[in-house]
Design a protein. Structure first.
Lengths: 257, 411
């Protein structure tokens, strides 16, 4: 069973359902539009900010503000790509055709991740340039120190979010269950844990908190985060690896329902 | 060639398949029969390596499926017609499956033509009827031109033309020397399609034999004897005479008699000697459906009861007759004649023949009610978890209703 066959088949699957187009375009539109909106608001509020806030003003990070919502669409994309197989029962036909389940899962993840990476990178660059355009005289440019890293990192962050969702969906199989856990987690719980003082030290090791560090160019003033931008992305990558490993082990062992 | 040895599958404490051993040979259509929930689909999934057996193994051409080289080109399967992403077109669905196995896209258009779906190939499968879904599933099974084909309930939802088409397709595939394994719960369909039968009930093997052997081993031959309607005393007289001659008589609802244990000429002689005129004397054979129902009677998991409509029915007006129940509903024994005996006496002498208890919708075929219940039944393997099964533990024939509920209670 050549992996290229599975990759080709997965590409047919992913391009032939409407949910791919919907979720990905929603991720693009929401991320860019919200980023532009918040950038425009920040520009008009800059004059009324305190000195302290002005010192830690991070134009790059602000243009990525839309990612907090845009990543939810990415989560839906990741979850649906995997759990569609289970909710439709297609998994039985797929696994009957590809008895080597590892080949099947990793080919599927590779195709979906490649697609997510292309879309995320385009989104990240578009969100950056359009956001900077909104910021007017406060804007950063791609040549500034750390900015290119942040923009590329933004694309990687969105890709990893999608991949993490695929791993979780491979473990849980049900789209409703996967979305019901991932959406509130990334939208609410992670933010709460990361902002409440008591849980801050734990919260910043959560995948999205750690991963979003790479999009910061100007760190907050009293920053005591124990990892750098790439370290944070590494922590996120570990989470992703754990989710995929869990999905793989369960797929390998379990009956294909 | 599919070969199962001691195949067992448990889900928690529920045993879906127990110690199943059989072979499915090439060049024939093998029917896989069993009531709903008897483990047919579980067995099919284990053959395809989708479920791991708890014990035992099943191989295709000597390999477990997951170790089979180039499996999708050797084995094709229709498991579930609805297992399709509704938003994907039929062609894209098949294309993704074809690409998985390295099958060229040309072949997709070929099989779409074979199953008659080329006109709707680019429509989303969401709008497909069940019959169209079955055709799409069959197309998927044919994609790799495999030597071994598995079909789980392929005729569900098909129109008569489609059923005929599936039947001929199965036969022609087998005639080309392929191994064709078809599950169904419709005995009548299998009687027309299959050459060989594997019958399971509650996950256990009940029969593994050719269709012709199955019929002759399971069907009870009997003679229908009809005396003039106007003279009931002639019927009484003939019944007594036949019983004295060693035959067994069971009255039918329309006044005819079912006679077993005597050849037709002998019945005619007895009638002549007793001076009874005959309107009918005809040989009959129980259908395959009846044989199958009888065999699986004790192994049916889901059985309907008569709807009593408690608290919903108006009291009948005085003098009104209660509605006649629909034949068969809630009365599982209705279709099935009693089990055949080696000695050729399928029917129980229940009291004197004239007062035999077969009312219009009574259960003439109380399982295990025959006197020869101890006689070796080659298909009834003792069911360990169902001691109240059909043949072995036969309750007295006078309590048929109690007997019929037992297999359910024993679950």
């Amino acid at each position: 069973m050549a992996a290229t066959q599975v990759v080709r088949s997965e590409w047919t699957k992913i391009r032939s359902v409407a949910s791919t187009v919907w979720t990905l375009s929603l991720a693009v539109v929401v991320t860019i539009a919200l980023g532009m909106l918040i950038s425009a608001l920040s520009r008009s509020e800059f004059d009324s900010m305190s000195t302290r806030d002005r010192l830690s003003f991070d134009p790059t990070f602000i243009s990525f503000a839309g990612m907090s919502l845009g990543q939810l669409a990415m989560i839906v994309f990741g979850v649906l790509v995997v759990s569609n197989e289970y909710s439709t029962g297609m998994i039985r036909a797929s696994l009957a055709a590809v008895p080597k389940r590892g080949t099947f899962l990793f080919s599927k993840l590779a195709v979906a991740t490649a697609l997510a990476l292309v879309v995320s990178m385009a989104t990240s660059f578009a969100a950056f340039f359009l956001g900077q355009a909104m910021l007017g005289e406060h804007k950063a440019s791609l040549g500034d120190e750390g900015v290119l890293r942040a923009v590329i990192g933004g694309g990687l962050y969105m890709t990893l979010i999608a991949l993490f969702s695929m791993g979780v969906a491979a473990m849980l199989r049900s789209p409703m269950l996967s979305l019901g856990i991932l959406m509130p987690f990334f939208f609410l719980i992670s933010n709460i844990l990361g902002n409440v003082d008591a849980t801050k030290k734990v919260g910043r090791f959560l995948p999205d908190q750690a991963g979003s560090r790479i999009m910061q160019v100007v760190p907050p003033l009293d920053d005591d985060t124990p990892y750098g931008p790439w370290g944070g992305l590494g922590i996120m990558a570990l989470w992703v690896a754990a989710a995929i490993l869990g999905g793989y082990v369960l797929l390998k062992r379990r009956d294909a329902q | 060639m599919i070969e199962a040895v001691g195949l067992t599958k448990r889900y928690g404490d529920k045993t879906a398949v127990y110690n199943l051993s059989f072979q499915v040979r090439p060049g024939a259509v093998t029917g896989f029969l069993g009531p709903n929930g008897s483990g047919k689909s579980t067995t099919m999934r284990m053959i395809l390596g989708l479920d791991n057996p708890t014990a035992g193994q099943v191989t295709i051409g000597g390999y477990p499926y997951r170790k089979l080289p180039n499996a999708p080109r050797q084995v094709g399967a229709l498991l579930d017609a609805k297992a399709v992403h509704g938003g994907r077109s039929a062609r894209n669905h098949l294309l993704s499956l074809a690409q998985l196995s390295g099958i060229p896209a040309r072949r997709v258009d070929e099989v779409l033509g074979v199953v008659g779906l080329h006109d709707v190939a680019r429509r989303r499968s969401k709008g497909f009827s069940l019959g169209m879904g079955q055709r799409l599933g069959i197309a998927a099974a044919l994609l790799g031109d495999p030597q071994v084909l598995l079909f789980d309930e392929p005729v569900n939802g098909l129109d008569p033309e489609g059923i005929l088409w599936v039947r001929n397709l199965m036969k022609s595939l087998a005639a080309e020397g392929r191994t064709v394994f078809v599950s169904s719960h419709l005995m009548s369909e299998m009687a027309l399609t299959a050459d060989h039968l594997i019958v399971i009930g509650r996950g256990q093997l009940m029969a593994d034999m050719s269709v012709t052997d199955f019929i002759s081993a399971n069907s009870a031959d009997f003679a229908r004897v009809r005396t003039p309607d106007s003279e009931p005393q002639q019927r009484e007289k003939l019944s007594v005479a036949i019983t004295e001659a060693g035959g067994h008589v069971l009255p039918e609802q329309d006044g005819a008699l079912r006679v077993t244990g005597l050849p037709l000429p002998r019945i005619s002689d007895i009638a002549h000697d007793s001076d009874v005129r005959l309107w009918e004397l005809s040989p009959h054979q129980a259908s395959l459906e009846e044989a199958y129902m009888r065999m699986t009677q004790g192994a049916v998991d889901y059985r309907s009861t008569t709807d009593q409509k408690a608290g919903l029915q108006q009291p009948l007006p005085p003098g009104a007759q209660p509605p006649v129940p629909v034949p068969g509903q809630g009365q599982p024994g209705w279709y099935a004649p009693p089990p055949p005996q080696q000695g050729g006496q399928p029917f129980t002498p229940q009291g004197t023949p004239s007062q035999a208890p077969a009312g219009p919708y009574g259960a003439p075929g109380v399982p295990g009610a025959a006197p020869g219940a101890q006689a070796p039944n080659p298909y009834a393997q003792p069911a360990p978890q169902a001691p109240a099964g059909p043949a072995p533990a036969a309750p007295p024939p006078s309590a048929p209703s109690a007997d019929l509920t037992k297999p359910e209670d024993a679950r």
